[in-house]
Design a protein around this ligand. Structure first.
Ligand SMILES: O=C(O)C1=C[C@@H](OP(=O)(O)O)[C@@H](O)[C@H](O)C1
Ligand SMILES: C=C(OP(=O)(O)O)C(=O)O
Length: 409
């Protein structure tokens, strides 16, 4: 694909059915569980996301060095898998991945009895693994407010440890729905875990064979909510989504009710239409950090001011997402700022603000920057730089926009 694409302002009614790809979060958990359960699981509708393709490839690779590219879940889940395995291995990733912290997980695994060393800077990938010798402890205490991926990674290997594992989470628990998704998928494959208060316990037990159909991706669905909110008129059906979802990002349905989108759940699909909006919303993104960029852009254009908490983890994702968004939203006349520690305010452009052409957005090697900013084309011509970043989670994104009648050149 080219280095940038142009999206022409789309003025007509948005009317289509979107065959979303499935959740990379569910897919990558299911793939690891399948591997740990002796390949007995039957998985349907795996995600087409590059992160999932990478997870599947690395789980069966005999190479000594494994490259996760920019996939956080793959880095964290494979780290737990390799740490408790019987081979000498190295894991690495993109330059940005080597800046995403992993010390909490490495220290936890080393306490368990793994032998992981840093090949670069302490606390960050690349990592080297020696064969796992003997379990040294069955209880760990780790912070709950940095990345839930550390916790999910430990939980999935927990039933394979001779003594099982009890994890005590310190402090507030961020991205909690992702931990629950992990436990729910483990349960689907016969492994029971107890999550009570701040403590999760998983005894030694085998994964059982079963089948599972991965749900469509609610994070990917969020961009269609934004498109509907910004379109002049819309009737969009998103397939493969469940109202009772394993994915915390299904919260987009409730958030977008305040920004002008009505959701009606049908059999395995949701119909999006337009409705009235509010002019101010208070949102805590602690349980759904991946929705933040979508909501920022949509609210900025629709004139909805936001008061937000729970954005801390955005700084350590594919890019520093709050900094990147503050820069790009400025091009829309909106302001995103942390007004006191832990509280962010988004102030939309003042009424009558006019955009200086052309509106060109940078994407910072972050799929969600590209996908969150694209819906601006419902309102203005847009240029998106490095559009192929979307392959990380939603490779069909630009094709689906074309299906919606959006002119992309
Ligand atoms: O476990 C998962 O599948 C994920 C957990 C979240 O990360 P953090 O727990 O690091 O916030 C989320 O942002 C990421 O896209 C996927
Ligand atoms: C943060 C994300 O992914 P990961 O941490 O798995 O790279 C994401 O998909 O937005």
């Amino acid at each position: 694909m080219s280095e940038s694409i142009n999206l022409a302002k789309h003025q007509s009614k948005l009317s289509l059915t979107v065959p979303l790809t499935s959740s990379k979060s569910e897919s990558n958990r299911a793939l690891l569980i399948k591997k740990l359960g002796g390949d007995l699981a039957q998985l349907d509708n795996l995600s087409t996301a590059r992160d999932t393709v990478t997870m599947e490839r690395l789980l069966s690779s005999s190479d000594e060095t494994l490259d996760v590219l920019d996939a956080g879940t793959v880095m964290r889940f494979m780290t737990a898998y390799l740490a408790t395995g019987s081979e000498k291995k190295i894991i690495t990733g993109t330059p940005r991945m080597c800046l995403r912290p992993i010390k909490i997980l490495v220290e936890a695994l080393n306490q368990l009895g793994a032998q992981i060393t840093y090949l670069g800077e302490e606390g960050f990938p690349p990592l080297e693994f020696q064969p796992f010798a003997k379990q040294k402890t069955a209880s760990l205490t780790i912070p709950g407010n940095i990345s839930s991926q550390y916790i999910s990674a430990l939980l999935m290997i927990a039933p394979t440890l001779p003594d099982g594992l009890t994890i005590t989470l310190e402090g507030e628990i961020y991205s909690r729905p992702y931990i629950e998704m992990t436990l729910n998928l483990m349960k689907r494959f016969g492994v029971e875990g107890q999550f009570e208060g701040q403590t999760i316990t998983v005894k030694n037990q085998p994964y059982q064979s079963n089948s599972y159909t991965i749900e469509s991706d609610w994070s990917g669905a969020s961009y269609w909510y934004s498109m509907v909110a910004l379109a002049s008129d819309a009737e969009v059906t998103l397939t493969g989504l469940r109202e009772q979802s394993n994915q915390g990002d299904s919260a987009i349905a409730q958030i977008m009710e305040g920004i002008g989108v009505k959701s009606e759940f049908k059999d395995n699909a949701v119909l999006l239409t337009k409705c009235d909006q509010k002019d101010h919303l208070v949102i805590d993104f602690k349980s759904c950090p991946d929705l933040a960029q979508t909501v920022f852009v949509c609210a900025a254009i629709k004139g909805v001011s936001l008061e937000m908490t729970g954005l801390e983890s955005l700084r350590i994702k594919e890019t520093d997402r709050t900094a990147a968004m503050a820069t790009e939203l400025h091009k829309l006349g909106a302001k995103l700022e942390e007004t006191k520690p832990g509280t962010w305010i988004l102030t939309p452009a003042p009424a009558g603000y006019s955009i200086t052409e052309p509106l060109a957005f940078d994407t910072y090697d972050d799929h969600r920057m590209a996908m969150a900013l694209a819906p601006v084309c419902m309102y203005h011509d847009v240029i998106i730089h490095e559009p192929d970043v979307v392959v990380k989670s939603y490779p069909e994104y630009w094709d689906h926009l074309k299906l919606a009648g959006i002119k992309i050149s």
